[in-house]
Design a binder for this molecule. Structure first.
Ligand code: FMN
Ligand code: SF4
Ligand code: SF4
Length: 250
């Protein structure tokens, strides 16, 4: 979706957060900046929270956020981004949510099922149509109505997710199907996996993006008992190499 938006906007550069997060300070020179990320725990992945907190936006005149989500529409995204932007004397000009499907594995299969191929494609088509409209608003520097929102009660649950997310990898392990290929290590956006004796070991700075689990070609990674009978999810338009390359320092 972020790649699609890049094509829809004129003269747009797409920079993966995983490749920028270790820069200090993170300085942008563009007058228009957007954050594109999946909704986690009704709000922002921790790496996105840290990134927005760190980024220097002093020359920026228009800021937008576009998120993808599994399906829970009540969100804490816009008010939280605005809270992070306030000390920089900035606020969101536009904020939008796109419903796709969920790769979350700790919720129950019933609440977070993967859609059939047909349903998945339908959802993507619908999201792309919405994205065309969003792109037009962004191209014209318009403001969107959903850019503020309130700090609604789910924030307590969000902060508890933020507190524990780095160590949620304690439940990850690889089973006997692991052949030591190292893809999980290469794919992890925050270098949270070390291979020891050709087996992955998680280093407790996890973002719970679930990439390692879903992209293991042997389906050898489990998260506790939650994943024994769950399908794995590979995004239809993303190649493994793109995921591996995203953390290269830009
Ligand atoms: C740790 C985690 C938490 C999530 N929390 C939410 C949520 O609160 N609400 C929601 O609608 N989707 C949630 N999701 C689903 C993601 O937003 C969804 O999988 C993502 O947007 C899919 O886009 P992608 O394939 O580009 O990653 C969560 C996913 C993960 C992995
Ligand atoms: S990607 Fe899967 S098979 Fe390859 S090292 Fe990691 S756990 Fe083992
Ligand atoms: S790839 Fe795996 S270890 Fe790395 S952040 Fe994502 S879930 Fe955590």
């Amino acid at each position: 979706m972020a790649k699609n938006l890049k094509e829809m906007l004129n003269d747009c550069e797409l920079l993966p957060i995983a490749g920028l997060i270790n820069q200090d300070p993170i300085i942008v020179t563009s007058e228009k900046v957007g954050f594109f990320f999946p909704v986690y725990s009704w709000a922002l992945p921790k790496i996105v929270y840290d990134f927005i907190e760190k980024i220097d936006l002093s020359t920026t005149k228009y800021i937008f956020a576009v998120t993808t989500m599994g399906g829970f529409s009540r969100q804490y995204v816009a008010p939280l981004v605005n809270k992070l932007l306030k000390p920089k004397n900035k606020e969101l000009d536009a904020a939008y949510n796109l419903r796709v499907f969920s790769n979350n594995i700790w919720g129950s299969k019933r609440i977070n099922p993967l859609p059939s191929k047909e349903k998945g494609e339908k959802r993507i088509k619908k999201a792309l149509l919405k994205l065309e409209k969003i792109a037009e608003i962004i191209r014209n520097n318009q403001k969107s109505t959903a850019r503020k929102g309130s700090l609604y009660p789910m924030k307590d649950s969000y902060y508890s997710f933020m507190k524990k997310v780095n160590i949620m990898d304690e439940k990850y392990y690889s089973d006997e199907k692991c052949n030591g290929c190292g893809i999980c290590q290469k794919i992890c956006p925050v270098d949270n996996i070390k291979l020891v004796d050709e087996k992955p070991e998680w280093q407790h700075k996890c973002q719970m993006c679930t990439g390692c689990l879903h992209y293991c070609p042997q389906k050898a990674i489990q998260w506790g008992e939650y994943t024994f009978d769950r399908e794995r999810y590979n995004h239809p338009y993303i190649k493994v190499n793109e995921l591996m390359n995203q953390k290269q320092t830009l």
